[in-house]
Design a protein around this ligand. Sequence first.
Ligand SMILES: Nc1ncnc2c1ncn2[C@@H]1O[C@H](COP(=O)(O)OP(=O)(O)OP(=O)(O)O)[C@@H](O)[C@H]1O
Length: 304
Amino acid sequence: MIEVRELTKRYGSTLALDRLSFHVPPGRVTGFLGPNGAGKSTTLRVIVGLHGPTSGVALVNGRRYAEISRPLYEVGALLDAGAVHPGRTAFKQLACLARSHRIGSSRIMTLLDQVGLRDVAHKRIGGFSLGMRQRLGIAAALLGDPGVVLLDEPVNGLDAEGIRWVRGLMRTLASEGRTVLLSSHLMSEMALTIDHVLIIGRGRLIAESSMEDLAKRFRRDILVRSPKHLELGGILRAAGMSVSFGPRDGLVVTGADTATIGDLAAERRVPIHELTQRSATLEDVYLELTDEAADHRAGAGKSL
Ligand SMILES: Nc1ncnc2c1ncn2[C@@H]1O[C@H](COP(=O)(O)OP(=O)(O)OP(=O)(O)O)[C@@H](O)[C@H]1O
């Protein structure tokens, strides 16, 4: 469980976090989304004690990171996959991290195997691609088998197979009852991976929602096609729906659901050739929400 309360972080005159509050429960994959500069990395850095907050608090399992005596066992983080010593081998990199926690070589090899780096375990990181560094960073985050996992832009640099692999791994970690928080600035990368989303902009919470509710909220309208579209349009209007005529004799309807329209047409013996609920894409939803933040300098977080 992660809890962030009224977190504010200033870097000189830049207000990176502005009284940000949220919590991340275990057992699901939570996405932490926001445009570049929204404050995602800052939040993760404060959670793992790399940066101190200006005010407010970030707790992991009820404690500040600094109060956790063997942190790798409780919280694993991938914050910057590039921040590694290029002259070290993958094995050595993990061994250096593991030493303080008495984590042995067999655990290191198991993890390198799990992330697909067993064959290059003794190769220098300097020759690794960004995707390989990401995999190594994920292995480092999982070294102590922690209950809380924080990954900043984990699919950055990964190819399609790598993205699918991260997705599967995150779902497994959540199904084991861990708390999983993944940041990204791209909804398209996260949409299939996360169960729940926290969206931030300008250091404040803009929205918090399950992915299911997010998709529902942005149902747009219903497209209906019928060889008797003029007659059907009149019937639907008389029933209080808003109807406009779209291309190819299509009717665009709001103010009712597909079942009501279908039942009404059947009752009046009007044939229906198409009845489609049209939704915005999640990417549209996300851009709309983050645009609002830009326009209004972020209001209070809304629960969708
Ligand atoms: N060490 C720092 N010194 C000064 N300003 C900083 C520092 N770190 C972050 N900032 C500023 O704080 C704000 C939030 O940055 P942050 O990196 O947390 O955003 P982000 O959401 O992670 O963005 P991105 O998706 O680009 O990584 C930005 O305006 C950034 O320029």
